[in-house]
Design a protein around this ligand. Structure first.
Ligand SMILES: Cc1ncc(COP(=O)(O)O)c(C=O)c1O
Ligand SMILES: N[C@@H](CCCC[NH3+])C(=O)O
Length: 450
């Protein structure tokens, strides 16, 4: 049975409202939709479509406002950008210039963060299943800390570090059993989720970690979910529980120097009302502010989501059916979120004329051979003749990073805009690259391994 499309009890925001809420974008009566001062039509002409377009100024502003909110709350805090949300080297590097470190979850992300110029001392390694090879690399690089997710992982890291003659700075990820009230696929702080250890088991495990050779436990970490969009009450509950745990561990004589407060702050894709950075800082302060711990944060989406759009071209409008289908050259292999989470993304036409034209309901779909390759159903849109351009908004997080080459579609190009200039930060993948590394097996099994 088809998954039910999400039902919203409010009308979709108008184009004008979507635009007004997105400072990275502007509508020029002649050039059409712009990211900062660069026309998207121009980018489409030069780079082609589909293309991810990021606003450097927006990335900078958002990094600064998060940093400022933490400082204004009087918190001694460092921010480690969750590279899984957008691992483009240019993005990670720009955020590093703004004083952010990186949160990584794989060897690939660790290498990308280093290649982007992030020093090892600014890198946190999270993730529920680090391999021995990844642990070795993290220790060889001497990164800031590894976040431990289980007793078994603590023992594995202990053995790896001891064999290298090192002590691994590590934090214990606690699962506080707090409902982040987000999509079931991206909630992480409930006991039914695979992440962290139940808070009741944390004191014993922390004590064990303190006794294991090769480990240097420095504190705790928590991350309750992503796209937390209903205020900060769930953060408050989680940080209160963590604060109590810090006291308990200290009373037992264990050092707790840092608390990594995770990421998850949501953004308004449609009309959600996530907490502000100031409210998040307030929740951290209320739960952990009087403990003298160093605070760390691992935000991804809040920083880079609103800084990016996915630019696509209409292939054809299919109208001679019972529904109106707008088929674009971007697909679920590019922006997976609607297919995977029924996520709502704003869609704006690029031309100024289309922006003001009469609207009628349309399904916007990609060319991939799956019915889930649907960006939206029944969205009010103007006539979109072949070759007209559309943008999917708030695509800077979990957009390019979740892309695949399904249907043998090359990965889209990525572009960064700053002021009135733009530059390609990742070439469109070539068709040759799609088949690179493959080979036809030698005939008659000659040369096959046994
Ligand atoms: C451990 C951890 N830290 C940080 C993040 C970043 O989350 P977000 O992009 O929602 O801020 C995630 C993803 O949910 C995560 O799993
Ligand atoms: N991929 C999810 C977020 C998951 C966060 C992973 N820690 C999204 O697009 O919303």
């Amino acid at each position: 049975m088809a998954a039910p499309a999400p039902v919203f009890d409010s009308p979709d925001p108008s184009f004008a409202d979507l635009l007004a809420a997105r400072p990275a974008l502007a509508m020029d009566p002649i050039a059409g939709l712009m990211v900062e001062e660069v026309s998207l039509a121009r980018i489409a002409d030069v780079v082609g479509t589909p293309t991810w377009v990021y606003s450097a100024t927006t990335l900078r502003r958002r990094a600064r406002s998060l940093r400022d909110a933490l400082a204004e709350a009087g918190l001694d805090a460092s921010i480690h950008f969750a590279t899984k949300s957008n691992p483009a080297l240019a993005v990670v590097n720009l955020l590093h210039q703004e004083g952010l470190g990186a949160d990584v979850v794989s060897e690939g992300e660790l290498r990308a963060a280093r290649a982007a110029g992030v020093p090892a001392s600014g890198i946190v390694f999270s993730g529920v299943g680090k391999t021995e090879r990844e642990m070795r690399l993290a220790l060889a690089e001497d990164i800031l800390q590894l976040n431990i997710e289980s007793a078994e992982e603590a023992e594995m890291l202990s053995a790896v570090a001891a064999s290298m003659g090192k002590r691994a700075r590590c934090a214990l990820r606690v699962n506080p059993d707090v409902d982040a009230k987000t999509h079931a696929k991206i909630t992480t702080g409930l006991t039914e989720n695979k992440f962290g250890v139940p808070i009741a088991m944390a004191p014993a495990l922390y004590a064990k970690m303190c006794a294991l050779p090769g480990l240097d436990p420095v504190g705790l970490t928590v991350h309750i979910g992503s796209q937390i969009a209903q205020g900060v009450a769930s953060y408050r509950a989680a940080y209160q529980r963590l604060g109590q745990l810090v006291r308990e561990l200290r009373a037992a004589g264990h050092p707790v120097l840092r608390v990594d407060c995770g990421g998850g702050l949501g953004i308004p894709y449609r009309d959600e009302t996530p907490g502000t950075p100031a409210a998040l800082a307030g929740a951290i302060k209320a739960g952990l502010g009087d403990l003298g711990v160093k605070i760390m944060l691992e935000p991804g989406r809040w920083i880079c989501g609103p800084a990016g759009v996915l630019l696509a071209r209409v292939i054809v409008e299919k109208q001679a059916t019972t529904r109106r289908f707008v088929i674009v050259d971007a697909a679920m292999n590019d922006l997976l979120r609607p297919a995977m989470y029924e996520a709502w993304h704003g869609i704006l036409p690029v031309s100024a004329a289309a922006f003001h034209a009469p609207l009628s309901p349309a399904d916007v779909v990609g060319p991939v051979c799956e019915s889930s390759d649907t960006f939206t159903k029944g969205r009010d849109l103007p006539a979109l003749p072949p070759n007209s351009l559309v943008t999917f908004l708030d695509a800077g997080a979990y957009g390019a990073s979740m892309s695949s080459t399904y249907n043998a579609r090359p990965l889209a190009a990525e572009v960064m805009v700053e002021g009135n200039r733009f530059t390609v930060i990742r070439d469109r993948q070539s068709h040759a690259a799609l088949i690179e590394g493959q080979r036809l097996p030698p005939a008659d099994h000659a040369g096959w391994a046994t």
